[in-house]
Each structure stands twice: as structure tokens, then as C-alpha cells.
Design a protein around this ligand. Sequence first.
Ligand code: ZN
Ligand code: ZN
Length: 346
Amino acid sequence: MQTRSGSVYRKPDTDGKSPSRKRRRVAVDFFDGLPDDLVLSILCKLISSAQSPSDLVSVMMTCKRMNGLVMNPMVLSKASAKSLAIRAKNWSESAHRFLKLCVDAGCLEAAYTLGMIMFYCLQSRSPGAALMAKAAMGSHAAALYSLAVVQFNGSGGSKTHKDLRAGVALCARAAYLGHVDALRELGHCLQDGYGVRRNVAEGRRFLLQANARELAEVVPTATWRCQLHQQQLRSDFGCDVPVAEPHSANRFMAEWFAGARGKEAEEGGLRLCSHARCGRPETRKHEFRRCSVCGTVNYCSRACQALHWRLAHKSECVPMGRWADGVAAAAAADADLAGADGGNLN
Ligand SMILES: [Zn+2]
Ligand SMILES: [Zn+2]
């Protein structure tokens, strides 16, 4: 085999014996001869397409040189969301430090992930929001949408800190970048006139666009996509389209609050978003709006409400006081839900 320098690797032994120590040393020498910039460029490709943090750890454990080169800011700045997908049970000071290094290297994914963890899990509101803002300024769609949720709810502050217009503006920016939840949120805002002038037709257009984008993310082939899209349009918003995987930051929060920490928050009067894949907790009492039909579920956003409606709540939602109001209440709820892409929030 010809190398870039013109050397030729020796052919392997035909007798099946393990390579001699001399030959192993030759192979190591070839690697040592590779210039740093070439290895760095390979590592940049690797970290941007890594499927889990273990991909990164495997490379770092290869040798001292690789360990040092992975920590190069040029490589860290390219870290993908999956390579930073730390599980809540593995959270530690060193994981925090590693994310911080990636942030300092200019990685927007790391800024968003660490921002969400600090804001919601570690309750370090201002630094967390600042990191999310850093990612949002670099046009990170999920960060823009998360900041919109913060503005809509006035998270981290009091009820008076809600800024609906800022929420809509952030949502519009994230929707422009193709973020599905932002498209859906914006569609509902336009339909209801929430933080923006009411425009039902435009709102409906955004909701259809959200469904089409969601479909494109989860359905691999164009033929399937076309068939499902037609079915989806026929049934308006009720089609059983598979839901895309949540962002690793949402998975982290869902895991973080799944155990004792979640119970502790609930004992303190703080509820979690009922859409289990979201993982956002309230930052003050009664921050999230609840389903006005049954009153048993709470959502951080309409996007979460619409998804949870489709996944589970549609079959669980029973109107409050049904025993008193009888069929009339059920009929009114059904009519409301049919027109609102799933449930009502108050
Ligand atoms: Zn939510
Ligand atoms: Zn309900």
C-alpha cells in the first residue's frame, strides 16, 4: 500500500503468525509521522459525526497524542449534539468541565446543552440563560426556541416577566431555521392571537409546515413520506406520525427529574411538563398552563401539548365535572379539541 510519503507497507506474513515487534513499531512510526493538522482534520470530522460520547472516549484512550489532540479547541468546537449527550446519572464535575471547554472553544451545541442543564437542573438561572443566548446568537434553532419558552412563561422570574412579543420573535427566528416545535408554537400563537396579531390562515400554514417537517425528519424515504403526508393532510393533524427523538438536553432533563429530584420539586409545588420527552420543570409555582378540559396535565408550551395530545393525552383527557354536566361538557370539550390540534390550555 502506497502512503503519502511514498513508503510501502510490508505485506502480512502468510504463515498466520502475529506481527513481530519490529513490524508493530513500524506501524506506530507511520502514525507518529502523520502531521498534527491532518489528524486534527480527521478528528474534526469524527467529533461532528460521533453518535455518542463513548465514540470520543474511545479515541481519547487510544494514546497520549490522540488524547491531547481531541482536546484541541478546533476539534471541540465541532462537537455534535450526540457526542455531548451525557446521561443524567453520569453527571459530574469533570462532565461539567468538559462541556465548559467545548463552550470556550466556540461549540454552540455545548453552549445550548450546558445552558439548559444549568438553567433547569442546577437552577443557575442567569449563567444558564446567558449560555442559551450565546447559542441563540449563533443561530442555534433549539436554543432560540428554548429562549422563546422562557419568555412565554417568564421562567426564572415572576409572572410579570412574561414577554409574549419577545417569545414570538424568538419562535419566528427558530421557525425560519426549520425547528419543528417552533413552527408549531408559532402556528398556535397566530391562530389564537397570542403575542402577535391573529391570523388563522397563516397559523394553519405553520402547523401544516411543522407536520411536514416532522414527517421528513422521521420517515426515511420520499415515497413513504409522500404517502404519509397525504394521509396527514387528509386527517388534518391527527395522523399517527412517529415522533422524532428529543434533543439530548431534553433527555438529560427528563432523566434528571425522573427520580428523587422530581419528587422533591413536586413536593415544593413545582410541576414537570406532562410531555415526558420535554423534561422542563416549572421555575415557580403555577408557571405552566394546564389542560382546561381535565385539569390534570401541565405543559411548558403548546408544542409539548400538541405532541403529548397525539402520543397519549387524547385517550386520557376526561372533562372535569363530567358527572355534573353530563354529555354537554363532553360535547363542548370534543368540539374545542377538534379545532385546537389537541386540548386547551389556560
Ligand atoms: Zn414541555
Ligand atoms: Zn386534558
